[in-house]
Design a protein around this ligand. Structure first.
Ligand code: ZN
Length: 407
């Protein structure tokens, strides 16, 4: 006979399945939910009755289908938008972007604040973030009690467990505590993630039911980053700083990187690295503390496409750095997909041949032949979408799948 712990666990798994199926489908009648989850109609009826009573679901007569002549009309179930709210915060150079979303993931409001990030003291960043979040909620007539969790996405190396930003191009200061001060000052739970991981999270959430594989999402632009998905789950490593692809060493004692080390992939393949190579500056030239203007990169791309040798060589070096890095990653993880994104892919035609030949040179055919390489146009919004997806999936899995979540 099943003991109570087992039946609680099964109930929790089934509640999670129903919530995730509705998150994926948007709305569905009970019979369809049975088909999507593989659960019996009796189980679906029992679970959805509870979820309705708890205010996690709402039911709505299905207007799209005519009511059957006999019996009850079909009723759709959907997630209750009011069941929870989340706030996603994206921090980048001189910018805090805030979005409030409801439990279905629908965005309710959006705000962008300009903040001079670079010279902020480490201890001021969390305080500033908390202040902006509280002002943002106040402007929407919401209070901290209306928000279940805050998710912060930031460029750079993060320790998700400790909630620290170890290092980021947005700040001169390092080891910036974020989740503790923000949580203490707002009274709302808070989580921290790397921005490239959030792009990976968003992509996987969209393909939730199909994608169970291993994939890397590489990010090219003002920096070089990566989000790693292993067996269908975003991989964070022991402290949350995993997949710092841009800071894997490409050439020992090589070009100076923004992280302070020499020879990182980023030092060759980021905007500033490409520009430094094209201008024939010494590799010891300090990387700029600001993002290279898009117009400057557009002019460089134009010069390369017009046959400028120095510009072409710079893009070739960048492609090699990315390609050899990906070859190592392929040998280590045997992924089935590599997605390349970021503003830097505007110049993908200029780096692609070198990426391909570096992968061919760097890893045996048996390991690389099944890897699909895809280009994904950069959409800054994917970082926010991915953060909202991560927060809501986390609530479904960790909080609302438990029958005792209200307590
Ligand atoms: Zn580096």
């Amino acid at each position: 006979m099943m003991n109570k712990a087992d039946s609680d666990l099964i109930r929790r798994q089934n509640r999670h399945l129903v919530l995730e199926s509705l998150r994926f489908a948007g709305r569905a009648p009970r019979t369809e939910l049975g088909r999507l989850t593989g659960l019996s109609l009796a189980t679906i009826t029992s679970i959805t009755t509870q979820l309705l009573n708890e205010g996690l679901l709402v039911e709505d007569a299905n207007a799209a289908q005519p009511a059957p002549r006999r019996g009850r009309p079909t009723v759709d179930l959907a997630l209750n938008p009011q069941a929870a709210h989340v706030v996603a915060v994206k921090i980048s150079i001189d910018r805090f972007e805030l979005v409030l979303a409801d439990y279905t993931g629908t965005r309710m409001t959006h705000s962008v604040k300009t903040v001079a990030t670079h010279d902020m003291q480490a201890s001021d960043v969390g305080r500033k973030g908390a202040q902006l979040i509280l002002e943002f909620l106040h402007a929407q007539n919401k209070t901290a009690a209306d928000v279940r969790i805050i998710g912060i996405a930031v460029q750079g190396a993060v320790e998700t467990g400790a909630g620290h930003l170890v290092w980021s191009p947005a700040f001169k200061a390092g080891n910036i505590p974020l989740t503790d001060p923000i949580s203490a000052l707002t009274g709302i739970a808070c989580s921290l993630s790397n921005d490239a991981n959030m792009i990976a999270e968003g992509l996987m959430a969209r393909e939730h039911y199909q994608y169970k594989g291993t994939a890397a999402v590489a990010f090219m632009g003002y920096g070089v980053g990566m989000g790693l998905v292993i067996d269908g789950k975003t991989y964070h490593g022991s402290t949350g700083a995993a997949a710092e692809f841009g800071h894997m060493n490409h050439i020992p004692h090589g070009a100076l990187c923004r992280c302070g080390r020499a020879g990182c992939i980023e030092a060759y393949a980021s905007d500033y690295g490409i520009l430094r190579s094209a201008e024939n500056l010494p590799v010891t030239t300090l990387p700029p503390t600001y993002a290279v203007e898009p117009e400057v990169m557009a002019a460089l791309e134009k010069a390369a496409r017009n046959g400028d040798k120095a510009a072409l060589d710079a893009y070739k070096l960048a492609g090699e750095a990315i390609g050899f890095g990906l070859a190592r990653m392929i040998a280590l993880l045997n992924p089935d997909r590599i997605v390349i994104s970021g503003p830097g892919i505007r110049a993908f035609d200029l780096v692609e041949p070198a990426i391909k030949s570096a992968i061919e040179e760097g890893v045996v055919l048996a390991l690389r032949q099944n890897v699909k390489i895809e280009i994904l146009p950069m959409d800054h919004d994917m970082i926010i979408s991915g953060t909202i997806d991560k927060l809501l999936h986390g609530l479904d899995r960790e909080v609302f799948s438990r029958a005792d979540h209200a307590g």
